[in-house]
Design a protein around this ligand. Structure first.
Ligand SMILES: [Zn+2]
Length: 571
C-alpha cells in the first residue's frame, strides 16, 4: 500500500519535474485541454510583423509574383488564417495596432481613432501625442518636410509616448514575466505603429518624413544609442535622391499591368500617376514622404531593423526578446494609388523580397527555429469610389463639411445655431454648452442628428452614442460599441455606405476606417517551431493574436485581453 502510494507520488513528482524542466505550456480552451509540446524555452525572439493596410485578400491575389522565401515561406510553413476580421468600427492604424498589441477593443485600450476631441482640454488629440515626451533631435538644424497625413497634421507637437494607451500590451507582459530582462522594441515607418507595439515598457523608433532619420522621444531615451546615431549619420535615405521608383519586373508579369494610369490616382506634386515615379531631390519638401510611398521606406526599415538586432543582440540568449516591425509602405501607396493599382501590386511584390531578406537575416542571427513569427495587418483598404463606379458599383465621396451642415441644420430646428462642436470622421461632437444653455435634452438632439444623417445620401448609419447602452441587433452597432470610450468618443458615429469615401480634406485618394469587410479583413499568420503548416478558414479576430502569443510563450494574456488563443497554433 505504502509502496503504491510512493510509486504514484513518484510518477506524479517526475511529471511535475518534467513539466518544470521542459517548461511545457498547458492551455485550456473551452472544455478541452491542449498540451503544447513546444516549449517557450526554444523561442529566443518573438518577431511580430505588421503590414500596414494589407487587406486579407491581397497575398492571395499576388501570390504568383512571389519568390519562395518571403510571403510564400510563411504561407507554406505557417498556420494561415484566411478569414480574420476586426470587430471594431473605426479601422484605422492606431486602432488596429493597439488591438493587435493588447488583444482587446478600442473601448478598453482607448485608441478609438487616429484623432479625437479632448473634451476637457477642448482641443484635438492625436493618439500618441505627448507634449511631455519631446522628440529627440537627430540633427543640429531640423529640416521640415511637408506633412500630407491629415491625422498627423492635426498633432500640435512632435512629442510621442504610449501614455494614452490605457491597458498593457503583450510586450509589457513579456517585460514583467522575465523581470525586465526581455529586450523589447517596436520599429516602423509610422510613429503610432512603433509606439503601440512597444507598449509602456519597450523602446520605439520610427521614420521621420522631416529628416529621413529614425527617431524616438524622451519617453524612451535621454539620448540616442550610438548605433542609432551612426545609422542616421550615414543618411541612407538620401541615396534615393534623384532616383525613381521603377517596376522590378517586366510589366507583362503583373496582374494589374493595365491599371497604372487611372485619372483618380493622386500625383504627389511630380511623383506622377505612372511608373517610373521620381522621388525628386533630397531638399524637396515631399522627398521623404515619397520614400514612404514606395518600397524604399520598407527597405530602409529592414536595414534599420537588422542594425537593431545586431547591436541590441536580440535573440542571443534564452530570455526571449520581442521585436515588432510594422511596414508602412503598402498603406501609404494605397492612399494615393488605391489597392487595385499597379503600384499596390508592385509595392507588395517588392515587400516580398524585403521580407525574404529579413527572414534570411533572422535565420542567420537568431535562427528561425528559435523565432516565433506573427504576420498580420492593422486594417484593410477600400477600393476607390471611382474605380467601383467604373465597374458598375455606384459609390461617391462625402464632404465632411456637408455632414456637419446636415447636423447643424437639425440643430437649427431646435433653435441652436451651429450645434456641431467638431467633426473628424467617424465621430461628430456636439456643443454641450449650447445645448445646456438652450435647456434641451442632449439625447434627443443626438438622436435627431443621427436620424438626419442616416437619411442622407452615402451614409449607411449614424449611431448616437447615447443609444449604445440599449441592446441592438445590428452588427454595425456592435462594432461602434466596441469602438466606444466614454471620455474620448464623439456623440455620433457616422458610417458611410460601402465604398463611399469619407475623410478629412487632403490629397488622399482612398481611405480605410470603415466597419465594412474590405477594411476589417486582414491576414493572420503564425510560423515557428511547433506551429503546423495549415490553412484555417474559420472566422477569427485580431484580438486573438496577443492571447495566442502569450499562451504560446507560457505567459498570462495581456491584462485586458478579450480574444481567445487560436487553438490551431497551439495544438
Ligand atoms: Zn494603417
Amino acid at each position: 500500500m505504502q509502496e503504491a502510494v510512493k510509486r504514484i507520488r513518484g510518477v506524479f513528482m517526475s511529471r511535475i519535474s518534467l513539466l518544470l524542466t521542459i517548461g511545457m505550456a498547458i492551455v485550456t480552451v473551452g472544455s478541452s485541454t491542449i498540451v503544447n509540446a513546444q516549449t517557450n524555452a526554444e523561442i529566443r525572439l518573438v518577431l511580430q510583423i505588421t503590414v500596414d493596410g494589407l487587406r486579407g485578400d491581397l497575398l492571395n491575389r499576388y501570390q504568383a509574383g512571389f519568390g519562395k522565401d518571403g510571403f510564400r515561406y510563411l504561407l507554406k510553413q505557417g498556420t494561415v488564417y484566411t478569414n480574420a476580421q476586426y470587430q471594431h468600427a473605426n479601422t484605422e492604424t492606431i486602432v488596429g495596432h493597439t488591438t493587435l498589441a493588447t488583444g482587446t477593443f478600442p473601448s478598453q485600450h482607448g485608441m478609438i481613432g487616429n484623432v479625437w476631441f479632448d473634451r476637457e482640454a477642448k482641443e484635438l488629440a492625436y493618439n500618441i501625442e505627448d507634449a511631455d515626451a519631446p522628440l529627440l533631435p537627430t540633427r543640429d538644424e531640423a529640416i521640415k518636410g511637408e506633412q500630407v497625413d491629415p491625422a498627423q497634421k492635426l498633432s500640435r507637437t512632435q512629442g510621442r509616448s504610449p501614455r494614452a494607451i490605457l491597458v498593457p500590451t503583450l510586450s509589457d507582459g513579456l517585460a514583467a514575466y522575465y523581470g525586465g530582462r526581455s529586450k523589447i522594441f517596436g520599429v516602423s515607418g509610422k510613429d503610432r505603429s512603433a509606439v503601440a507595439m512597444a507598449g509602456q515598457t519597450g523602446k520605439a523608433f520610427w521614420f521621420s518624413t522631416d529628416t529621413g532619420d529614425f527617431v524616438t522621444s524622451s519617453y524612451y531615451y535621454d539620448a540616442y544609442p550610438e548605433w542609432v546615431s551612426d545609422w542616421n549619420t550615414q543618411r541612407r535615405a538620401e541615396k534615393y535622391g534623384g532616383t525613381k521608383w521603377e517596376l522590378a519586373d517586366d510589366i507583362s508579369t503583373y496582374l494589374l499591368g493595365a491599371q497604372d494610369d487611372r485619372p483618380y490616382e493622386v500625383d504627389l506634386k511630380g511623383y506622377g500617376r505612372v511608373f517610373p515615379h521620381p522621388f525628386g531631390e533630397v531638399d524637396d519638401k515631399l522627398f521623404y514622404t515619397r520614400i514612404v510611398v514606395s518600397p524604399a521606406g520598407n527597405q530602409l526599415l529592414l536595414d534599420f531593423s537588422k542594425t537593431l538586432v545586431t547591436h541590441e543582440q536580440l535573440g542571443q540568449d534564452t530570455i526571449p526578446d520581442y521585436l515588432s516591425i510594422s511596414f508602412s509602405g503598402v498603406d501609404a501607396v494605397n492612399h494615393f494609388f488605391g489597392p487595385s493599382s499597379l503600384e499596390n501590386e508592385e509595392v507588395i511584390r517588392q515587400l516580398d523580397s524585403t521580407l525574404a531578406e529579413l527572414l534570411k537575416f533572422i535565420d542567420k542571427s537568431v535562427g528561425l527555429k528559435h523565432t516565433l513569427i506573427i504576420l498580420a495587418a492593422d486594417h484593410g483598404m477600400a477600393d476607390m469610389p471611382e474605380y467601383m463606379t467604373e465597374l458598375g458599383y455606384a459609390a461617391g465621396r462625402l464632404d465632411p463639411d456637408g455632414i456637419a451642415a446636415i447636423a447643424n441644420k437639425t440643430g437649427n430646428s431646435f433653435g441652436i445655431d451651429e450645434v456641431v462642436r467638431f467633426f473628424f470622421r467617424p465621430y461628430l461632437y456636439l456643443d454641450d454648452e449650447k445645448i445646456a444653455a438652450a435647456n434641451l435634452d442632449r439625447t434627443i438632439i443626438e438622436q435627431a442628428v443621427a436620424a438626419a444623417l442616416t437619411d442622407s445620401n452615402g451614409i449607411a448609419l449614424a449611431v448616437a452614442s447615447s443609444s449604445l447602452s440599449a441592446r441592438q441587433a445590428n452588427p454595425l452597432v456592435e462594432q461602434v460599441r466596441n469602438n466606444f470610450h466614454a471620455a474620448r468618443s464623439g456623440d455620433i458615429y457616422v458610417i458611410q455606405e460601402p465604398y463611399w469615401f469619407l475623410f478629412d480634406k487632403g490629397p488622399i485618394a482612398v481611405m480605410h476606417g470603415s466597419p465594412w469587410r474590405y477594411d476589417t479583413h486582414v491576414p493572420i499568420i503564425f510560423a515557428g517551431p511547433g506551429v503546423d503548416a495549415q490553412t484555417v478558414h474559420r472566422l477569427v479576430h485580431p484580438v486573438d493574436v496577443a492571447p495566442t502569443i502569450a499562451v504560446f510563450m507560457g505567459l498570462t494574456p495581456p491584462g485586458a485581453a478579450q480574444g481567445s488563443p487560436l487553438i490551431e497554433v497551439l495544438q
